[in-house]
Each structure stands twice: as C-alpha cells, then as structure tokens.
Design a protein around this ligand. Structure first.
Ligand code: 45D
Length: 317
C-alpha cells in the first residue's frame, strides 16, 4: 500500500468530528467590517475577564513599533479606517506592512493596540456603534466555546487580516518565547512506545525543531489545525520556527496500528499550551501520525478537538 498525502489525511477519519471553529469563522466572515471589528473587540474583552494573554516583551514589539506609532498619531477617524482596511485586507500601506508581519508580530500588534484602546488612545468601535443581531448571536456562540477554541478563533482572525505578501515573512530575527512553565522533558504516552513519536513530542518541548524535522521523510508533511499540509523539511522547519515556539506539549494517551506493508498509524491525544496564555489555557488536540516501515514520519496532522470528550475517542477506524 502506498500512501499519498491525500490518503494519509484520512487516517483516523473519525477524529475530524465537526469542530465548531470553522463554522464560527464562516459566520464571522459574513459580517460587515464594523461588525467584525466590534465582534472581535467584545469577544476579546469578554474573554479577558477570565484569561488574558501574557504581556508582549519589547523585543517582540520592535517589529510592530513603527506601525503602532503611525496609528497612534492618526485622527480617530483615520485610526478606524486603518482598522477597517486591516479587516478588509485592503491594499493600503498600513495593511501591507501588517501583512508582512509574522503571526506572532500580528498578535503582538493587536495586543498593543488593545492596550491603547483600554487607555482611550484608540477607539475600539465607531462612536455610537449599535450591536447588530448577527454580532449578538455570534458572540453568544463564541462564549460557549472552550477557552482553547476561543483563542483559536481570535488568532485566526488576527492572522487573516492585512494585505498578504506573496512571500512568507521571515522570522529569523524574532526573539524566542520565554516559557511560562517548564515543559515536560520526558514524555510518557499511555499506549505508545514508538520512539519516533516520543522523540517528536519531546523535541517540540525543547524547541529543538532540527531534531523534530529530521524525524520526517524527505517528502513528509505536517498539517496544522485547519490548514493545508506543509510539505518537506525546509518548509516544516520554517513553519515550526514561526509557530511552534514555546509550546508545552502534554500528550496523555494514544493508540497504534500496524498496516500490512509495515507502515504504522498512531493517534495521540492531549493538551497543548501556547506561550501566549501559558498554563491558563489548555487546548485539547490530537496528533494523527503515519510512519513509514522505517519509522519515519510521512504525515502528521494536528487537530483541535471539538470537546474534551474527544480526548478519549481512541478507536481504530
Ligand atoms: O480591538 O505538533 C482583535 C503546531 C480585534 C506544530 C483585538 C502544533 C479587535 C506541530 C484582534 C480581537 C504548531 C501545529 C483587538 C503542534 C480589537 C505540533 C486583539 C500546535 C484589541 C502541537 C486581539 C500548536 C488579541 C497549537 C490581542 C495548537 C488577540 C497552537 C490575541 C495554538 C490572541 C496556538 C492570541 C494558539 C491568541 C494561540 C494571543 C491558538 C493565541 C492563540
């Protein structure tokens, strides 16, 4: 049996239980621009009553500093227009600069803008803004999501804003995330003894992406939540450097199955914490691995689980 990335995507297909996240994002996309900005602002401040992201260090902010400075000194109507342009992905200078930011710089930019809003320097919504029924309904939907899903929705909205350049932003000069809590250095996953899986998870906890990437076949692929597979060592390494830093990986259990040609599939479930929220938000995730007969990773998909119950959904299908 020879796998393609497409056929590998179908392993443990019962894992792709309808996550509420894509539907929430689709609803969001239908809103008018002012409603979008208002929805995000209310969702962010509402969420902030129980959990807030860790303050952004100066080192990370340096990349967003000049754009923030510009926005700070605009009139309030121009500030609002700049935010609308970001949400509309318009091709304007502000929106272009933003589009060239890495994911973490985009998050840092909005974090800082949020602080300016709290200080009354930037208005979060147009004065006299009235919440529409659509915004109210979507806010209620978002409030029902678990914290890991809520921060995923916000992150997605932030990532999607701005006018995107053709080339992926470089993150080489960005600072590393300081870990909020020491990640487990030794991992034990009930039901899994495969060294490749354990090495992969332990390497991520050390931000040792070189080791992690070396575990993949040359044509191996990694599929992040709600994204297309990223193929090949170079692309995976670049992705991990940009987006996998400082994660705490806490897998708990897994199952495995050997296929007739000697390849093996594994499903592992557990909790991942992002350095943005540290120990305050645990995301329920699963990893679905396909290893070739030599024990190299041909494919791994990371999925956000629809509910904590899904952590126990371990059956071979
Ligand atoms: O006024 O094995 C708004 C991989 C607008 C790697 C705002 C992984 C309105 C391989 C924008 C709302 C990485 C795939 C203001 C594993 C407004 C691997 C501000 C998984 C002020 C396990 C909003 C990793 C702000 C995972 C400041 C699953 C929002 C990582 C900030 C998941 C939101 C990470 C933040 C997530 C969200 C991080 C900081 C979901 C961070 C989310």
């Amino acid at each position: 049996m020879t796998f393609t990335i497409e056929s590998a995507q179908a392993i443990f297909s019962d894992t792709q239980v309808r996550s509420p996240i894509p539907a929430t994002i689709a609803q969001f996309e239908k809103l008018d621009v002012d409603d979008k900005l208002a929805l995000l602002w209310y969702a962010y401040t509402e969420m902030g009553r129980s959990i807030t992201p860790a303050a952004v260090g100066a080192a990370r902010l340096q990349f967003a500093e000049s754009l923030l400075h510009q926005i700070r000194h605009l009139s309030s109507s121009d500030q609002l227009q700049a935010m609308r342009d970001l949400a509309n992905r318009a091709e304007t200078p502000v929106s272009r600069s933003y589009g060239a930011f890495s994911v973490n710089t985009k998050l840092a930019f909005w974090y800082e803008l949020g602080e300016l809003m709290k200080q009354g320097i930037v208005a979060p919504v147009p004065s006299g803004y009235q919440m529409t029924a659509g915004v109210k309904a979507l806010l209620e939907t978002i409030q029902k999501l678990d914290a890991g899903q809520q921060i995923t929705v916000l992150r997605n909205a932030v990532v999607d804003m701005g006018f995107s350049p053709d080339v992926a932003p470089s993150t080489d000069k960005e600072p590393l995330f300081a870990r909020t809590a020491p990640a487990p250095t030794q991992i034990e996953v009930a039901g899994i003894t495969e060294p490749t899986i354990v090495s992969y998870l332990e390497a991520l906890n050390r931000d040792d992406f070189e080791t992690a990437v070396a575990l993949f076949t040359d044509d191996g692929a990694l599929q992040p939540p709600f994204q297309k597979p990223i193929v090949g060592h170079k692309a995976i390494a670049r992705y991990m450097r940009a987006e996998a830093q400082g994660l705490n990986i806490m897998p708990s259990q897994g199952i495995s199955d050997t296929l007739p040609d000697g390849s093996k599939q594994f499903k592992v479930t557990g909790i991942v914490q992002t350095p943005w929220f540290g120990v305050n938000v645990g995301m329920n995730v699963s990893w679905r691995f396909l290893l070739n007969p030599e024990g190299k990773i041909y494919f791994v998909a990371i999925d956000m689980l629809a509910s904590p119950q899904e952590l126990l959904n371990l059956s071979i299908v």
